[in-house]
Design a binder for this molecule. Structure first.
Ligand code: ADP
Length: 347
């Protein structure tokens, strides 16, 4: 605000001064020229040409200074971009083994983790968990229990402080991070859609996919039914100038985008909003869709979700306090019973 005010003050002072001087110079020119005409030393045609030329030259100078200011601003901005490009990420993005095939078995072995920015809090405090290939596992727990942190470690945005995360027998640290991320489909709670057509948004999952594959992915994600009701189907523009989508529809498009690649691991972050009744069936639809059986991890906020998965993992302050199917946990895990009684959505 202070900078903007200084900038406005400087430009208006400069603008005012240059305008006043310009007008004075023009007056002076006409006065001097008038005198010369009176004395017969100048023709009125020559004076008019002089004023016109002076005006053109003045305008040229004014434009040139504006260009100079823009150029300076451009140079400033590119310096920042280059500084960004040259930054070396702490986590390598390339390099490491690429497996020929991924079955999707996951193993968390004694995983402890502390975020570098919050050294006083153990986000994960000794997690031991084996997930079989093709299993559908839901994570539940209060806010801050460590659910998202587990996903962050799987996607290798961070490495565990202690212990290891193993995919099909290989420590994630041995694997190529970009390859690893290609094997994982992620559907976030608030999916990011771009202004563009429905098809463009789905194809973002795999740019070279053809129309048939895009339509098949939409069918899998139970998205075709609403897409076909749009005026131009897959070519309908979404976003500011196109149709607005409901929360459930946005998530279904995000699922279509994720399954287009047929990833071996699928991570679903269920929408928390209890108001959106359409999202109610979100995980249901997604799981029904995945006929090829990827290992699926769901951050669950709804009762309907946890009832339908193979196993539920209950987290509390970075530890696992219960693992098992819904019915069994109801008997054995007091925290789980409490979460279920509050319908899970309140977490
Ligand atoms: P959940 O997903 O179950 O709500 P999180 O995994 O996000 O929980 O959080 C676990 C703990 O880690 C919390 O104490 C939280 O405050 C902390 N945490 C989460 N993300 C970050 C971060 N980016 N930087 C520092 N601390 C974080």
């Amino acid at each position: 605000m202070a900078l903007a005010r200084r900038k406005t003050l400087a430009t208006s002072t400069l603008g005012g001064l240059s305008f006043t001087f310009g007008q004075c110079a023009a007056l002076l020119g006409i006065w001097a020229g008038g005198n010369l005409i009176v004395r017969g030393q100048l023709t009125s045609g020559a004076l008019i040409s002089f004023v016109l030329y002076a005006f053109l030259v003045g305008r040229g100078f004014r434009n040139a200074t504006a260009f100079y200011a823009d150029a300076l601003r451009g140079i400033g901005a590119t310096q920042w971009i280059f500084a960004m490009l040259e930054r070396v990420p702490e986590m390598p993005t390339e390099g490491g083994r690429r497996l020929a095939q991924v079955a999707g078995a996951l193993d968390l072995e004694g995983v402890r983790f502390t975020y570098p920015t919050r050294p006083d809090v153990r986000a994960l405090d000794g997690i031991d968990l084996k997930i079989r290939s093709g299993e559908v596992v839901a994570f539940v727990g209060r806010s801050g229990a460590g659910k998202s942190t587990i996903l962050n470690l799987l996607l290798r945005f961070y490495d565990p402080t202690e212990g290891r995360v193993v995919l099909d027998g290989h420590d994630l640290r041995e694997l190529d991070p970009s390859w690893l991320r290609q094997q994982i489909g992620v559907v976030l709670q608030e999916p990011v859609l771009f202004s563009g057509s429905v098809a463009d948004n789905i194809r973002y999952g795999r740019a070279e996919a053809n129309d048939r594959e895009v339509a098949a992915a939409a069918e899998l994600a139970a998205a075709s039914e609403f897409i076909e009701r749009f005026p131009s189907g897959f070519h309908t523009a979404i976003g500011d100038r196109g149709v607005q989508l409901s929360g459930g529809q946005r998530q279904r498009l995000a699922i279509a985008r994720a399954v287009l690649r047929r990833p071996s691991l699928l991570i679903l972050d269920e929408a928390t909003s209890a108001l959106d009744s359409e999202s109610e069936s979100f995980v249901h639809d997604a799981l029904r869709a995945l006929d090829y059986g990827p290992t699926t991890l769901v951050i669950a906020h709804r009762l309907s979700t946890v009832v339908n998965v193979n196993r539920v993992v209950v987290l509390d302050r970075g530890r696992i306090v219960g693992v098992g199917p819904h019915d069994e946990l109801l008997q054995t895990c007091p925290l789980y019973r409490q979460l279920v009684e509050s319908q899970l959505v309140a977490v």
